[in-house]
Design a protein around this ligand. Structure first.
Ligand code: ACM
Length: 728
């Protein structure tokens, strides 16, 4: 980018010109006009020729040879803006950059004279959406494609099939969706019979989505999982399964790694090829994803039919059997002019070099693939797994507990210095994954995706050195655009962090932001009110902890200058505010599988609970036990619907004393004898959060760490803590 002198006056009098001869120019011009209509309320005139050259405020789109496939040039001069590119895609990206040079909401702006030459660092700038674990509406998919486009993200990897659902209509096999698209949700023991839920995309809907995506220069890479993550398909057509004489399987309502695989019979390959034929009819993408992850081989090893087939093929190693499976279908796709993509487990000796490896075991799969000469995409767990919560703030929706913040994504560095320049060319790009086991609603997908997708987009597109405070500042106008489009983005990076403690004259309220906001570099401030009004930039500036009475209402937000950067955080203090601690504020005792889970599927407004499903146990640090002998807690029973294989044996159950189990309180360590055990009977069988009858602790003074953990007779239900409290 090079700045010149002077500026271009953009206003409602500006005309956008797209010569008819430049293919794609009219589309880019219309798209730009539509974006400014939405975010700025400006209606600009479009014209197709320069018959009238008199205007002194003109934007022109032009095709010129010589630019890269996605590159564009943007020249801003006092009376003319010229967007040039060699492709329709380049013109489209030029339009998006130009849109973003205008502050949202403005009706008039002076755009500095400048020349921008731009093209992406990576060709594959992707997001994966899991529509199998939870189904999203076609309208949501279109909206996602739309916002992906304005982040210049260009690959939507669409995870359409899994153990818990088959979401794509296949004409030849109607049971895939009449059976495979519906499941009974997991419930706690004793709950009433639930209703099936689910959904699928008809082929007509898919065609329409694919056509829309092409107007947004987004390719859709469909994924059909095999040989594992196949239980929904096997539920629909039991003959595809690998267990000899197994009773029919349900579509699974459990999460984790399931043991059921497709078998290796000729009829199963025939089935998969027929499915892929319809997939290829629907999706023009050169890349077709055939899964390949987490295929545990126990069933193949145990099955007489699979072993007989293996002997025929002369294959003894079960991993080589998967390579045979992958190669058969990968060759089938190649013969039709397509390329197979698979998760990094498919990288085994014997795999052809045209298969693309999606690296999810960190970046090691990509490294190995590039050295072997296979193209690869970086999709590393956990850094680019957007089902992780993005902060410890209490308003984060359900997901994985370990935090992957906006900054973690922004700091992800795809360059691998261990690869030669030739090997590096095999790295096609990067992709973030939206797995939806714990993300049931479309609004929550947006929260998990945005603005982390903006950070991903910058890493994927730009080779320029990254600048975190600058990125945060540029995010604020993006937030305005998200709001205009009705997107439920996360404001966590700017969100208000609070701490309540018993103070001398009431409750001591300490406010702050996440450390990574970098307030010093950005100059953000917190402003608050105590009268229920919305905080504004001229409201009281928060500088030190406040002492407030129960009943006080505090409303606070983060500001950058006059712009409000976070949503308003609002709370009315009550007598519990200084003494109650929520699961999200406590430390897990171990480091197993931390999740943030909904206490009750039927009630979306309840705050999620932080729980390690391997060890439901929390440490409440430095609790002032002088405050009183009464210990109370709120808990919820959750369905234990996890497939953890051999790890199940390592889940802590504890020694329960009563039929429903207890919540145990230990002081200064978890292995000390329990000082109290609150029976769970009052909460058992009741969905959602229940408050347990309080228990009296022995007389203790001073501050101690409490270890709170469950002893339960069975794995199911899993118990989770909502809050714990000490009082008189
Ligand atoms: C994966 O997370 N199993 C690709």
């Amino acid at each position: 980018m090079k700045l010149d002198t002077g500026s271009f006056e953009l206003s409602v009098d500006t005309i956008i010109e797209a010569p008819r001869a430049s293919r794609g120019a009219a589309d880019a011009a219309r798209y730009l006009a539509e974006l400014w209509r939405r975010t700025n309320g400006m209606m600009l005139a479009l014209r197709s020729s320069s018959a009238d050259a008199s205007t002194d405020s003109l934007i022109r789109f032009e095709r010129h040879p010589g630019y890269g496939p996605e590159a564009y040039r943007l020249e801003v001069a006092p009376h003319r803006i010229i967007v040039s590119a060699s492709t329709a895609t380049g013109l489209f990206y030029g339009a998006i950059t130009l849109w973003q040079l205008m502050p949202p909401g403005a009706k008039r702006a002076a755009i500095a004279a400048q020349t921008i030459n731009d093209e992406p660092r990576y060709a594959w700038r992707g997001l994966m959406l899991d529509s199998a674990r939870h189904f999203q509406s076609p309208a949501f998919i279109r909206s996602m494609i739309d916002w992906m486009a304005w982040h210049k993200l260009n690959e939507l990897h669409w995870h359409l099939t899994d153990d818990q659902g088959w979401r794509l209509q296949i004409r030849k096999y109607p049971k895939l969706t009449s059976v495979g698209a519906w499941r009974l949700p997991a419930t706690i023991p004793g709950a009433p019979n639930p209703q099936p839920y689910g959904g699928f995309y008809t082929q007509a809907q898919v065609r329409s989505i694919v056509a829309f995506a092409s107007t947004r220069h987004v390719r859709i890479v469909p994924e059909i999982e095999m040989p594992g993550h196949a239980q929904a398909a096997i539920a629909a057509y039991p003959g595809l399964g690998a267990v000899d004489g197994h009773p029919p399987l349900p579509v699974s309502a459990r999460w984790g790694v399931h043991s059921h695989l497709f078998n290796l019979e000729p009829g199963t390959f025939e089935f998969l090829k027929n499915v892929l034929n319809e997939v290829m009819e629907l999706f023009p993408s050169r890349y077709i994803h055939i899964g390949g992850d987490e295929a545990v081989k126990d069933e193949w090893i145990a099955s007489h039919a699979v072993q007989a087939r293996a002997r025929q093929l002369g294959i003894t190693d079960p991993n080589a059997l998967q390579t045979y499976f992958t190669q058969t279908l990968s060759r089938y796709l190649s013969a039709k002019g397509r390329r197979a993509v698979g998760w990094d487990e498919i990288l085994q000796p014997g795999l052809g070099s045209d298969a693309v490896i999606m690296s999810w075991h960190g970046t090691s799969g990509a490294h190995a693939a590039a050295i072997k000469g296979n193209d690869t995409v970086l999709a590393p767990d956990p850094t680019l797994y957007l089902d992780h919560r993005q902060s410890a703030l209490p308003d984060e929706p359900p997901g994985r507990l370990a935090i992957i913040s906006l900054k973690n994504v922004y700091d992800f560095e795809p360059a691998d210095p261990g690869l030669s320049p030739a090997q590096q060319r095999h790295v096609l790009g990067i992709e973030a994954q939206l797995w939806t086991e714990h993300i049931q609603s479309e609004a929550r997908i947006e929260w998990m995706a945005l603005p982390r997708a903006a950070a991903l987009a910058e890493v994927a597109w730009s080779s320029a050195p990254r600048n975190w405070p600058d990125f945060l500042e540029r995010l604020l106008p993006m937030f305005v655009r998200y709001r205009v489009y009705g997107l439920d983005y996360a404001d966590s990076a700017f969100g208000i962090r609070h701490e309540f403690a018993g103070g001398e004259h009431g409750i001591r309220v300490t406010l702050g932001n996440l450390a990574e906001l970098d307030q010093a570099a950005l100059g953000t401030q917190i402003h608050y009110t105590l009268d229920g009004r919305e905080p504004r930039a001229d409201s009281a500036h928060y500088a030190q902890p406040l002492e407030l009475e129960a009943g006080a209402e505090i409303s606070a937000a983060t500001f950058l200058g006059s712009q409000q950067a976070s949503r308003t955080w609002r709370v009315r203090l009550d007598e519990h505010s200084g003494s109650r601690r929520f699961s999200t504020e406590l430390e897990p005792c171990g480091n197993g599988v931390g999740l943030l889970l909904e206490p009750d599927r039927a009630r979306r407004d309840a705050a999620p609970l932080a729980v390690d499903i391997m060890n439901p146990c929390w440490i409440d640090r430095a609790v002032d036990l002088t405050r009183g002998p009464q210990f109370s807690a709120a808990v919820a029973p959750l369905p234990f619907n996890y497939e953890l294989g051999a790890d199940t044996a390592h889940i802590r159950i504890g020694d329960s004393r009563t039929p429903a189990g207890e919540l145990e309180v230990h002081v200064d360590g978890c292995e000390t004898p329990a000082v109290a055990a609150l029976p769970l009977a009052a909460a058992a069988g009741r969905p959602g959060v229940s408050i347990l009858p309080a228990a009296k602790l022995p007389a203790l003074t001073g501050r101690h760490d409490l270890c709170l953990r469950f002893a339960r007779p069975h794995l199911d239900p899993l118990w989770a803590l909502d809050w714990a409290q000490i009082g008189e």
